[in-house]
Design a protein around this ligand. Structure first.
Ligand code: NAD
Ligand code: ZN
Length: 355
């Protein structure tokens, strides 16, 4: 990943943790302290194996699982932990967990003594997206990811053998981001995913291939536009309407990717108008989602008026106009302004299609 501050590697493999961490020996052997941040679920499942495989002495800070770790309280507690451990600017932090642990740890690393180095060890499929690119954040009660920084890790070490304990729902959530990467980048790859018997039960080799491709898309975009002035916006495909559904449901109730899947269908319907996506394609995409256990039930729990409030809270919304990432065709994203009136029209069309 070629970021402005420095370039870094994403290593992906199975049972490669020890070797991957050792590749940082130059930096780690000079560190006065190595701290691992993780969450209670991940630690319960993997502490023994991780401790056996991690090649250096370390202290561990176990966080609450899921969004619960992205709070100001756990951010503050993390700083207290680092201070109590007598960490300095020569200390090194690892994030061992999903996107939530990664986002919190990254922001702690960005701010502890104005910045100390950190490495991501993602343990979810979704984190193939979140661990790469340097967006770090915690939540504010008034909005998700509202407090954060762009702060790049020193590396991303992906050992996908740790992913085998993921519940199916988390696999489904994470695969939605893989589908997003395919949709905005490569028609053949998306077709390949849509033809699969089940995207929830890939072999390790197949999964590694899809994750690697997803990471390439993300890395390529981040190299062009780290701070989201232009092409990085494309990564928000499915996220405008998706976020509204996720927020209305209450964050954490609906897995992020489940909401994004709904948002991608919404964006496809819009793309029929502004691009060359056919209604037949949108239909086949919905069927593909249903076949793989994604649900659209969340939509019917809210009226458009209820969703509208959340849509207008989008970071990109202004004066009754919303920004959507749409597709000219699969693999060709662009940004389009859409009026609230048209949003409502598309919302109606979506409700008919998923009946
Ligand atoms: P998560 O970290 O909350 O993990 C999901 C659940 O899976 C948690 O309960 C966790 O304990 C559990 N888990 C993690 N690894 C496991 C394993 N190997 N086996 C069993 N259970 C495991 O969430 P996530 O879905 O990985 O990521 C979502 C978060 O990422 C959100 O907070 C979102 O805002 C953030 N995000 C950030 C970016 C970015 O660019 N920084 C991009 C996308 C999403
Ligand atoms: Zn996302």
């Amino acid at each position: 990943v070629k970021a402005k501050s420095h370039a870094y590697e994403v290593q992906i493999g199975a049972n490669n943790l020890t070797e991957a961490v050792k590749s940082f020996n130059d930096q780690l052997s000079k560190a006065d302290k190595i701290i691992v941040f993780t969450d209670e679920k991940v630690w319960q499942l993997h502490s023994e194996r991780f401790t056996a495989e991690f090649p250096y002495p370390f202290e561990v800070n176990v966080l609450a699982a899921g969004e619960a770790c992205k709070t100001f309280d756990s951010f503050f507690a993390a700083h207290s932990f680092l201070l109590e451990q007598k960490c300095t600017r020569k200390s090194f932090v690892f994030a061992f967990g999903g996107g939530a642990v990664g986002d919190l740890t990254g922001f702690v690393a960005a701010t502890f003594m104005r910045g100390i180095p950190f490495i991501q060890i993602p343990t979810t499929i979704l984190a193939h997206d979140s661990a790469v690119g340097g967006k770090t954040a915690i939540n504010h009660p008034l909005g998700k990811n509202m407090i954060g920084a762009f702060y790049q890790p020193q590396g991303v070490l992906y050992d996908i053998s740790y992913l085998s304990s993921l519940p199916e729902r988390e696999v489904r959530s994470g695969m939605a981001e893989v589908i997003k990467h395919a949709s905005i980048f490569d028609e053949k790859w998306l077709a390949n995913l849509m033809e699969a018997n089940s995207i929830l039960h890939f072999s390790q080799v197949e999964l590694a291939r899809h994750l690697e491709q997803g990471i390439r898309v993300k890395a390529d975009i981040v190299a062009q536009d780290e701070e989201e002035h232009s092409v990085r916006k494309f990564l928000n495909f499915g996220h405008t309407y998706g976020h509204a559904i996720e927020a209305a449901s209450g964050f954490g109730k609906l897995a992020h990717g489940e909401a994004v899947m709904i948002g991608m269908v919404y964006a496809l319907i819009l793309s029929e108008r502004y691009g060359t996506i056919s209604p037949t394609f949108t239909r086949s995409f919905i069927d593909f989602a249903l076949r793989n256990g994604y649900s659209f039930d969340a939509v019917n729990k809210f009226t458009f008026e209820q969703l509208q409030g959340y849509l207008m809270k989008d970071k990109k919304a202004e004066y009754g106009v919303l920004q959507f990432v749409l597709l000219k065709q699969i693999g060709e994203p662009f940004v389009q302004q859409i009026s609230v009136e048209e949003c409502q029209e598309i919302d109606r069309l979506l409700r008919v299609l998923i009946e």
